[in-house]
Write a protein that binds this ligand. Structure first.
Ligand code: TXA
Ligand code: MG
Length: 319
């Protein structure tokens, strides 16, 4: 099992030694290693059982510290960095030669981000290198939003997890790139499309699954619990699956046709930020109950509801 504590000094020691750590961010926990050390980067793929065609995000404490790894910073990207960093936005930009092919899966772009988490920012500031960090879950499973989640999934494969508490946002960062100069969202995430558009105007949303996904967070089956997740009108689904072992996953409603201990809600007040913060944690808790079916519903298609719907769709293997 990994050691879990909140010592930045210990985290730095493990990273400096070429080993991997569980790293808190405001979105989800990352599995972090020295981005300039090909051995550490290769180890990330191995520990996660992640296919090598799925590139990694490079994290540091400021745009300035990321700039040696970026070849070209479009004016729009600079504007976004100023508006949202540190924060839940990842930018895909032309990469410099300093970035190893392993990180980018051979692409000529690199994904970069400055996370918004005090403990992690202080660690990143002290390091002589940026860190590569995918979400710290075994490939395809639900992303971790606490140190314990990382321990549950990868604890026997890494020496240390930096404990930064529960993640405040709870869904991964929004990924945006600039193909032919057009701002394009590859993955909906912790910063709402509306908020990005308020800064740079209309953007393309191209978060679609394909056999060669731009961001394999988009693979058909991803964020997947073990139980089958069914989506629709929960009241109706409860009727339809009467007699079966079910647990519900709703935004805020409960139903008097099912015992309360079989019902999970994401936010009593229907607040989408609170719901996003609770989504992965709740899916994991339901998975522990191991029902035959999870009866869920779509979130309103606004704010963080959009990123949640994307995760819910993939958790239900609907691509
Ligand atoms: O919130 C987050 O972004 C978290 C925390 C730890 O920062 N990280 C995260 O990493 O979600 P990961 O590896 O689970 O997802 C990163 C996504 C992948 O789907 C990958 O395909 C995409 O970023 N990506 C990385 N580099 C890319 C590139 N050059 N072009 C397009 N997509 C890229
Ligand atoms: Mg991931």
């Amino acid at each position: 099992m990994a050691i879990i504590n909140s010592s930045v000094t210990e985290a730095k020691k493990v990273l400096d030694n070429g080993d991997l750590i569980g790293l808190p961010t405001e979105t989800v926990y990352g599995l972090a290693g020295n981005a300039l050390d090909p051995k550490a980067v290769a180890n990330i793929f191995e520990v996660k059982a992640r296919p090598s065609f799925d590139p990694l995000i490079v994290h540091s404490s400021s745009l300035e510290r990321l700039s040696p790894y970026i070849k070209d910073l479009p004016a729009t990207a600079k504007k976004l960095a100023e508006a949202f960093w540190p924060g839940s936005m990842t930018m895909v930009l032309p990469r410099s030669e300093k970035i190893h092919d392993l990180i980018t899966s051979g692409l000529d772009t690199v994904a970069v981000r400055v996370p918004k988490h005090d403990l992690t920012l202080s660690l990143l500031e002290q390091l002589d290198y940026p860190v590569a960090a995918p979400s710290a879950n075994p490939f395809g499973y639900i992303s971790p939003t606490s140190a314990q989640h990382v321990q549950d999934g990868l604890g026997d494969k890494i020496p240390f997890i930096l404990d930064g508490g529960a993640c405040e946002v709870g869904v991964e960062s929004t990924i945006i790139g600039f193909p032919e100069g057009v701002p394009t969202i590859y993955r909906k995430g912790g910063i709402a499309v509306e908020d990005i558009e308020a800064v740079i105007g209309k953007v393309n949303v191209n978060a679609q699954s394909s056999s060669q996904p731009k961001a394999p967070g988009m693979l058909h089956r991803h964020y997947a619990p073990n139980s089958t997740l069914l989506l629709g009108n929960i009241g109706g689904l409860i009727e339809k699956y009467k007699g079966k072992d079910v647990v519900t996953l709703s935004l805020k409603d409960t139903y008097n046709t099912l015992p309360l201990d079989k019902q999970c809600i994401l936010s009593k007040s229907g607040d989408l930020s609170e719901a996003a913060r609770n989504l992965f944690k709740t899916l994991r808790a339901i998975d522990k109950l191991n029902p035959e079916y999870i009866l869920g519903e779509w979130m309103p298609e606004e704010g963080l509801g959009r990123a949640m719907n994307d995760r819910i769709k993939r958790a239900a293997s609907l691509g």
